[in-house]
Design a protein around this ligand. Structure first.
Ligand SMILES: [Fe+2]
Ligand SMILES: [Fe+2]
Length: 222
């Protein structure tokens, strides 16, 4: 069973603000229709991927298959959440009129989902609690996803110029790729998070600092 260490939402807000200020300054202009939607597409693709994993687990009663897809779901959701917290929510905070409240609400929803992720990862796939826990997690996730896709991200993109949207989208993808895709032992190419619990319970500014300094062929995150 993983130990759970709660992250105070207030700490997340302040540290993320600092991470954001270390990044390139983003300008606020209108983007063309072609570019607008690029960030939303990247985020929506991840949400669809999580939905596919969920359906596969619910439709498949084989414990081994469920375990493998559960592990994939947990890591996909963990790295998606980290990339949003480091790259996207600070931009919401910066550019939307009620951005402070919205980014705080998004982080609170992430926190609830993280607690459920820890529980899910500690359960065997043939545990009677496995499916109810997974369904409850996914129900909360769906509500959060709906708010991101219908409100937060479209409204953010509407405030930004195309250079900024492109930069945000690239940074979002790059941050995700710096997070290991599963809980394998560390390799010299992976940041120091051996388990999803270690990743999600680390202070978000520490995670951002590690990724920023991490050597990568195409450079640190911006
Ligand atoms: Fe999110
Ligand atoms: Fe999301």
């Amino acid at each position: 069973m993983y130990r759970y260490s709660r992250l105070p939402v207030s700490n997340l807000s302040s540290t993320s603000q600092r991470s954001w200020q270390l990044s390139s300054p983003f300008r606020s202009f209108s983007a063309t229709t072609e570019i607008r939607g690029r960030l939303l597409t990247a985020i929506r693709d991840d949400h669809h991927e999580l939905g596919s994993c969920y359906s596969h687990i619910i439709d498949n009663k084989n414990a081994d298959e469920r375990t493998r897809y559960r592990n994939r779901f947990v890591w996909e959701l963990a790295r998606h959440s980290v990339a949003e917290e480091i790259i996207v929510y600070p931009a919401i905070q910066e550019y939307l009129k009620d951005g402070q409240d919205r980014s705080s609400k998004d982080r609170e929803q992430h926190q609830t989902i993280k607690e459920q992720l820890y529980r899910l990862q500690g359960l065997s796939a043939d545990d009677p609690d496995f499916e109810p826990t997974f369904r409850a997690l996914y129900s909360d996730l769906q509500q959060h996803v709906k708010e991101e896709e219908e409100h937060d991200i479209p409204q953010l993109e509407a405030k930004l110029d195309e250079v900024t949207i492109t930069q945000l989208s690239k940074s979002f993808e790059r941050t995700k790729h710096l997070v290991p895709t599963r809980s394998h032992p560390l390799s010299p190419q992976a940041p120091p998070f051996e388990t999803v619990a270690a990743l999600l319970s680390a202070p978000i500014d520490k995670v951002a600092d590690i990724f920023r300094k991490f050597p990568k062929a195409d450079g640190p995150i911006q």
